[in-house]
Design a protein around this ligand. Structure first.
Ligand code: 5AD
Ligand code: SF4
Length: 430
């Protein structure tokens, strides 16, 4: 039986798309290999959001070239966002002529057809497809308690630094009833945490007046489970969504709300369409509805023209909000975007200095926030258990480790935080 290995780069959206690719491969009767070395089909599901991702993928292609030299019958395919970035498919064909199949995010559902052709020694390069039928693909999920569900694709926001709208196209919302029935069957199958995915979930328009209606519809099934969603754009996050979250235990008390910068000048140049004050007001509104909410964010340093004062404004915002977690990025030039043509690109050494300071600042905040959890009890979904040591996440996305003689994987349990260890939370079963 033929074996496949999928190398996934990038975000949860890509992780879920790899589950769809795996679904198609299992339907063909193939099975999973342990590594690229023992696979007959090697796929790279790629990301091009930052240059570092692309560099890593090109590095891995060097390693895969050696496998192909040793075993010429291996089929190598590259898909996802990277080949969709203008110029990349041609670059890949030139630099890596050993690749058999090049395809994009719109035509993943055609993998079957592409493999038939590649097994016939044909080369395929097909980047765009108007049909966009990814929802029809069978899904082989990686986990048995946590699942991803797409609710929309693409993005219309055109933040000036971002390549996503160019590679993933305009916003398309998935049909309301299809999402409800997918979540319903996941809950019936025993999944406990379902994350709704979209580049901008708060502008969902698939047959419901607003995203909050979809959220409420997903809280009506029997049993204990949690709905999460990401990513939210601050300009589109409404009171209705906060109300829906507050009204049901089945929606996690957690929001990922990327702010990107604390400087109004930079936010304007980024085309984010909110000010730091708007953002702070939104956080206040959310916390007024859900006092225990966990909030994480994305922050970018070194956007073109970012001065020391702009950077300091970001630090000030981080100090004011006191995020539970921040994902920090060094601005990366993406050809074709508006920001790539902006003057005053920042030196890498300055960017590195700023990201380090930001990480250090957040580390201090996380330490203080962790201390505040001691003595509190959280409802935790256990997602790992090994020899008496368990770990899981609270509704507000805190990771807590605890001891349990019994294998409690997949169960919701009350865990009291008793101490911290390097800002990790250690708890006891109640
Ligand atoms: N450079 C650095 N980070 C970027 N992101 C998006 N585009 C870029 C870029 N060109 C970050 C943003 C976004 C996250 C998913 O990736 O912070 O929220
Ligand atoms: Fe990129 Fe902005 Fe769309 Fe997010 S909202 S995917 S950062 S363009």
């Amino acid at each position: 039986m033929k074996k496949f290995f999928i190398n996934t780069y990038g975000c949860q959206m890509n992780v879920h798309e790899s589950e769809k690719l795996a679904g198609i491969l299992f339907r063909r009767g193939y099975e999973r290999a342990q590594s690229n070395e023992d696979a007959d089909i090697i796929l790279l599901n790629t990301c091009c959001i930052r240059e570092t991702a692309e560099t890593r993928i090109l590095g891995n292609l060097g390693m895969i070239k050696k496998i192909k030299e040793k075993r010429p019958d291996v089929i190598v395919g590259i898909c996802g966002c990277m080949p969709q970035k203008p110029g990349n498919a041609e670059m890949l064909k030139k630099r890596c002529p050993f690749i058999d199949i090049i395809f994009g995010t719109f035509n993943m559902y055609k993998l079957d057809e592409y493999l038939d052709a590649a097994e016939n020694h044909e080369k395929i390069s097909e980047i765009w497809d108007k049909e966009d039928k990814t929802d029809d693909a069978p899904i082989r999920r990686d986990g048995d308690i946590k699942a991803f569900v797409n609710i929309m694709y693409g993005c219309d926001n055109f933040c000036s630094y971002c390549i996503v709208p160019y590679v993933r196209g305009r916003e398309r919302s998935r049909n309301f009833d299809d999402i409800v029935s997918e979540v319903c069957s996941l809950v019936r199958d025993g999944y406990k945490e379902i994350t709704l995915l979209g580049q901008n979930v708060n502008s969902y328009k698939g047959g419901a007046p607003e995203f909050s209606h979809l959220l409420r519809a997903l809280t009506t099934f029997d049993g204990e489970y949690r709905i999460k969603f990401m990513t939210s754009h601050p300009k589109d996050f409404t009171i209705d969504v906060a109300e829906a979250m507050a009204s049901s235990d089945k929606i996690a008390d957690f929001i990922h709300l990327p702010v990107q910068s604390g400087s109004d000048r930079v936010l304007k140049a980024m085309n984010r369409r909110y000010t730091s004050e708007d953002y702070l007001n939104k956080i206040e509104m959310i916390r007024s509805y859900i006092p225990s909410v966990g909030i994480s964010t994305d922050i970018m340093v070194g956007f073109p023209g970012e001065t020391e004062d702009d950077y300091k404004d970001t630090e000030k915002l981080v100090e004011k909000v006191r995020f539970d977690n921040i994902y920090t990025f060094i601005y990366s030039r993406r050809s074709g975007t508006v920001a790539d043509k902006m003057p005053n690109q920042i030196d890498l050494s300055v960017k590195k200095g700023r990201i380090k300071r930001l990480i250090d600042l957040q580390f201090e905040i996380s330490d203080e926030l962790a201390e505040k959890c001691v003595g509190k009890t959280y409802r935790v979904l256990c997602d790992s258990w090994n020899n008496g040591i368990a770990s899981g996440k609270s509704s507000c996305d805190k990771t807590i480790s605890f001891q349990s003689e019994r294998n409690c994987y997949g169960e919701f349990l009350n865990v009291k935080v008793v101490k911290t260890k390097k800002n990790k939370l250690i708890g006891e079963l109640e």
